[in-house]
Design a protein. Structure first.
Lengths: 427, 427
């Protein structure tokens, strides 16, 4: 028979079992932390009506969408978990209790050009809190706490949550009458660490911005110091702009509540240049960096938006959310060797036998299962040496050895596969 | 702005949060049981190369596949978890330890005509054990134990696992020189409970089968009694056919080990007419029925196959597997009101506050979180009555009430939302 090559497409993550166990441990920790804060699970379809998926899309995103037809249906695979959430809340508005707090951990699909660390099928781990008409600013301070608890649990090393408020930037640009150039300006000032202050000034000037305004922008992005010093300096700018003032007030509130909720001071930082590309963020924005691996980019981002579902409903639904791009993160962490695991096997014990008495073998296995252990019995008729090799290959930490002696004496021999220590015990 | 209708496509399950919690409880129990037996997790891509997906497909299945192109790629969504497993094992043969025991719980996609209880995007929960060249028959007896433990855990009521061996049927047809008519014959005898013996005889005769052979078939399917009586009667048929003899021997082995592993006699039953439609089953086959709801059809099926990955590799990879179609099962169980849940909320506690002192509120919430409880704090500035209503709507079992009195006295008031009982406790 002609064989088909058993290939997996480029841009699609498919892990060997031991890597998959690590991946799942991370995913489970994220989920457990989300649930610890009472977020509700959601599982929307992967395939949606293209009209729903494309309601808001445009530009690059739209080109990346997997869109196809089947019968008379124009279908698309979801490219994020926010659009399906918007649809869901608009659709089920009457059945939900607000604030609606949901998490969704699932795959999304983006037909990007595949390259190192970029995936076409990727896990996102999202939480959002949606208000009905309004939503307290305190929620904007709770999400950093959830991020903090999540990454503390994950133990990838020290991390910092960068916080800003879009209204501060928007107010600044409004005041300088540069709102229409905001995206370009943001793109340029984002490069300051890479290209230096002088080049930023040059590029801003090249955009046609007057000298005084360029110097205003530079003064703004050069605000440094502790979180409190930054807040103080922002006030001292004495900017007579309502949007700016509102943003500053919100940022102060968020910092206040983050502290009230007990986050250590070195785990969060006001970072005035963070804007998040997406148009729909209107207030608080977050990015999260590993202190030792800032080059990985933000590993958890999000923010506050004014209106989640405006494309589907007239209801005003403000929200705040964060997302972890788990597939990419897993790839990156592997690259820098940051993934630690407690355990690389599912089974705690492999029962290895040199007897025909499977009644006894199964009795011993069940004893351990009843104690909550995960137990595999080796059934193949192989030499004991091969059975141990199998346990080693699967990195199963313990074997329980049962031979005819053990059957006769109602015992079993338990062996620590790492140290080689073994002990015969009575059942 | 013109609004897009926030619709979910027909044939796609999208649950409200409380239903989703129930769904996840079932899914988690299945996964936990699979892991208890040491099965390894797998998570293959949803999108595969069409060549891979279509290597084996044909007929109805092929028509149902969601197939599309993106750029130069001819892509398909997986329609089951077996084809991706075959590809995976062929691809990673050198890296896997055999027997390779894996579970995969994930969505598959079938463009079926949507109808009540039929879904286009559905969860399958599969386990398979793959051998390298050979695989002990004892594995065929372990899978029913996994099914037994799973459905015992799920508490949907009494259930029976029906067991047969395809070789018994194949041997019978071979002996009667009716192998080419086997599918038609199986289809007809499958209806015996519905249409009765006389009609079955008539339909078989109409196929052109001689009277004596028809009566042989009828004798065979009329074998009744306990499992041991059936095995005895099968032997007494004294069929001089090798395939038949091999099937009978295997069935006896499977029954022997099922008993050795401790399954209660009333939870499994030899059922000689079970064939499972799929071509690739070659030995043991399983179906599982809820005793009180046989009409739901088999809720967990599977069997032994000779060669998992013959479309991708020359390696001989025999296996045995089972699958639970969770999405359909969840729908059906809901219909007959069989889903019991311990808990319909994620949060164990809603912290309700009538104070501005969120430092204290957060301290109390963290105390419970540290004890392993899932805790939501209500942040919105709403009357206490509305906060209780929110807890009720989310079916959160306890509220912790904190007012200024509690802050002053370092206490909190915990209220059982079902009984209304409340108690003030010192922190």
């Amino acid at each position: 028979m002609n064989k088909v090559e058993p290939r997996t497409l480029p841009g699609f993550m498919e892990l060997l079992p031991q890597e998959q166990i690590l991946f799942n441990q991370i995913k489970d920790k994220i989920q457990n932390t989300y649930e610890k804060f009472g977020f509700l699970p959601l599982n929307t379809p992967i395939i949606e009506d293209s009209k729903v998926i494309l309601a808001k899309a445009g530009g690059e995103t739209e080109k990346q969408i997997y869109r196809f037809s089947k019968g008379e249906n124009d279908l698309s695979l979801r490219f994020d978990l926010t659009v399906p959430l918007a649809k869901y809340v608009a659709k089920n508005y009457g059945s939900l209790a607000f604030p609606f707090r949901r998490y969704q951990i699932g795959k999304v699909f983006r037909g990007e050009k595949p390259q190192k660390g970029r995936y076409r099928e990727l896990y996102q781990c999202d939480i959002d809190i949606i208000g009905d008409g309004e939503l307290s600013i305190i929620n904007d301070a709770e999400l950093p706490i959830v991020i903090y608890e999540t990454f503390k649990e994950l133990r990838f090393g020290e991390f910092t949550i960068y916080i800003n408020n879009r209204k501060i930037l928007n107010g600044l640009f409004e005041q300088l009458e540069l709102s229409n150039m905001a995206p370009d300006i943001l793109r340029i000032i984002d490069k300051i660490e890479k290209i230096g202050k002088e080049k930023v000034i040059k590029e801003l000037t090249d955009l046609g911005i007057e000298k005084e305004k360029v110097s205003n922008i530079i003064n703004f992005i050069e605000i440094e110091g502790t979180n409190d010093e930054k807040l103080k300096k922002l006030k001292e700018l004495n900017f007579k702009n309502e949007v700016f003032a509102k943003g500053l007030e919100e940022l102060e509130e968020v910092v206040k509540y983050i502290r009230i909720f007990g986050m250590p001071e070195n785990n969060f930082k006001i970072e005035l240049t963070i804007a998040r590309g997406l148009d729909y963020y209107t207030g608080t924005v977050y990015e999260t960096f590993l202190d030792e691996y800032k080059s990985l980019g933000s590993i958890c981002s999000g923010g506050r938006y004014e209106n989640l579902a405006e494309y589907y409903t007239d209801k005003k639904l403000p929200g705040v959310g964060i997302s972890i791009g788990l597939t990419r993160l897993f790839y990156q962490l592997n690259e820098v060797n940051l993934i630690k695991s407690e355990k690389k096997s599912i089974a705690d014990i492999l029962v290895v036998s040199m007897t025909e008495d499977f009644k006894y073998v199964s009795k011993v296995a069940n004893k351990f299962r009843q104690e909550g252990k995960k137990v595999q019995i080796y059934f193949e008729n192989k030499k004991i040496k091969n059975q141990f090799k199998y346990a080693d290959k699967l990195q199963i930490p313990y074997t329980v050895v049962i031979g005819d002696d053990e059957v006769k004496s109602n015992t079993y021999t338990i062996k620590n596969m790492e140290t080689g220590e073994q002990e015969t015990k009575s059942i």
